[in-house]
Design a protein around this ligand. Sequence first.
Ligand code: DX5
Ligand code: ZN
Length: 218
Amino acid sequence: MNKHLIAPSILTADFLHLDEEIRMVNKSEADLLHLDIMDGVFVPNLTFGFPVIRQIKSVSNLPLDVHLMIVEPDRYLEEYRDAGADWLTVHYETCPHLHRTIQKIRELGMKPAVSVNPHTDVALLEPVLGDLNMVLVMTVNPGFGGQKFIDASYTKIRKLRKMITDAGAKTLIQIDGGVTEENIGSLIEAGVDVFVVGNTVFSAKDPVQVISNLKKTF
Ligand code: DX5
Ligand code: ZN
């Protein structure tokens, strides 16, 4: 059985009762808490900022996996660390000096990850693969929860898995978007390590049970 991690994304949680939602995740078998930060520029949606992250940090028992969908992320790396980010993901498409950005994230004490949009070839990450704790392959176009999984992602995931094996790297493969109880099995087979799951968890009647089902899949 492959050991894989589940990272619930609170994007589709009930924000009026965020405290309860996070306590529910604390009680579950989830491994990371995924926070989606959107700026209305890189993606056509807006979410939340540092004060909300700090408050989430004070309630969550899990490491915070912060996914930045913002332009010029270098301007705020330290603030995200101070707000409580443990893992910090920047988008390849937003970083002209990606190597420098990755080093800075690590120097600040966070685990660096880089995300690629559906149109971006994972081969572009080959020069920095060994510097990354994780690569996030977007399996929907970023911006919204509840979208349909893009099937062409399987080819990208397999290609990335081969790149990591060939490089002898320990980099994890994370995917984000459209993960369900139905497709998680074939995605584990394709080589995914970490699953971001929004809608499938937060629109379920019993989210703790769904997280448990996702963890048990192999
Ligand atoms: C989309 C976000 C995702 C989103 C996934 O831009 O990055 O983290 O919450 O949601 P689902 O699992 O509903 O596709
Ligand atoms: Zn995300």
